[in-house]
Design a protein. Structure first.
Length: 352
């Protein structure tokens, strides 16, 4: 009788034990899902039926991180998440409307893009073993995919986006004039007061300090000393002939408008604050109608694309097919994920 009575108690105890084990497993499983899986599925942006999640954003940033690492360049996490998500949503907007401008991208175009990026360059005069270069190309590409934590299909999609953007930029840029009214421009670019340090700059130099230096020193000398390097000005701050519209937020200073006179020739302007720094400008020639340089034609084409995208973003927001939900929570989560995959910090060169 006692044995018979003990069996139900044992079964009950076993049942209770199994229940608690399953409950603990469920809690652990939910905790894992809540911490590691669910965040990757949080919506960051939507263009039509195309959704971009936090996980998609991290994947894209890891590709850029691997690119920077391969080039030996630092990877700045400060503004990158915002910029990358913006570029991702822009790419889908471009794909959505590209056909209206006769723009298309084929599989052959994508393959050629991969070859340009990863195919080894054989030095002139050096012979390659048959099949060796092709295998080196495949190995280099696969190594990049492994370091980026991305598969072939996803990366081909990124290459496709790049080609679409380039071709739409060219299509929109067909209306850029070959000649235009221009001003001969010099500038010094520094961080605005309170801005974060710039890599490679020994210290922040305020716009006010630049203006004080210009009271006793030549513009080119001050530019060589303090100006942040960029793609348009040389070491002495010389930019060249700049047409209206190349730098829209500088147009009023350079050319004047209904409420503003242009800056006088050969005198420094006050600080002009833009997204990438504070600019002190000097004009030494113009206005003059002249042929637009290739550098400025490319700049005007990029501005044409930016204006087109800006208009489409307004339309998409008003019509409900474009949605961007990037906020501080998403930013913090993305930064945390990227820091986990970041390599050791790039050592700064020793002071001379």
């Amino acid at each position: 009788m006692e044995r018979a009575a003990g069996k139900p108690r044992r079964r009950l105890a076993i049942g209770i034990g199994v229940f608690f084990i399953l409950a603990i497993a469920a809690v652990v499983g939910y905790g894992y899902y809540d911490r590691f899986v669910a965040p990757t599925k949080v919506l960051a942006a939507r263009v039509g039926n195309t959704r971009y999640t936090q996980g998609d954003l991290v994947d894209r940033m890891r590709v850029l991180q691997a690119d920077a690492r391969a080039e030996g360049q630092p990877f700045d996490l400060g503004r990158t998440p915002f910029e990358v998500l913006d570029k991702m949503s822009e790419a889908e907007v471009i794909r959505r409307f590209a056909s209206e401008y006769g723009v298309q991208v084929t599989d052959e175009d994508i393959e050629f893009g991969l070859l340009l990026r990863f195919y080894p360059r054989v030095p002139e005069g050096q012979e390659s073993v048959s099949g060796q270069i092709e295998q080196e190309y495949k190995d280099t590409y696969q190594r990049f995919l492994n370091e980026s934590h991305i598969d072939d299909e996803a990366y081909r999609g990124i290459v496709e986006e790049t080609i679409y953007r380039s071709r739409l930029r060219a299509a929109l840029g067909e209306l850029v004039p070959a000649t235009s009214e221009q001003m001969e421009v010099h500038w010094i670019r520094v961080q605005p007061q309170g801005g974060l340090p710039i890599l490679g700059q020994p210290r922040n130099v305020s716009p006010e300090e630049v203006l004080r230096k210009l009271e006793t020193a030549d513009f080119d000398e001050v530019a060589m000393e303090v100006s942040i390097p960029g793609p348009y000005a040389d070491r002495e701050g010389y930019v060249g002939w700049v047409p209206r519209g190349a730098f829209p937020r500088l147009d009023a200073v350079l050319f004047g408008d209904e409420s503003t006179d242009p800056i006088p020739l050969n005198r420094p302007s006050g600080p002009v604050l833009l997204d990438d720094g504070a600019y002190i400008l000097k004009v030494t020639g113009g206005p003059e109608v002249r042929e637009v340089s290739q550098v400025m034609i490319d700049r005007l084409k990029e501005q044409a694309l930016d204006q087109w995208l800006g208009q489409k973003k307004i339309e998409g927001s008003e019509e409900g097919w474009l949605e961007v939900k990037f906020d501080s929570k998403i930013y913090d989560w993305v930064i945390g994920q990227m820091r986990q995959s970041a390599g050791p910090p790039t050592p700064e060169p020793a002071a001379q």
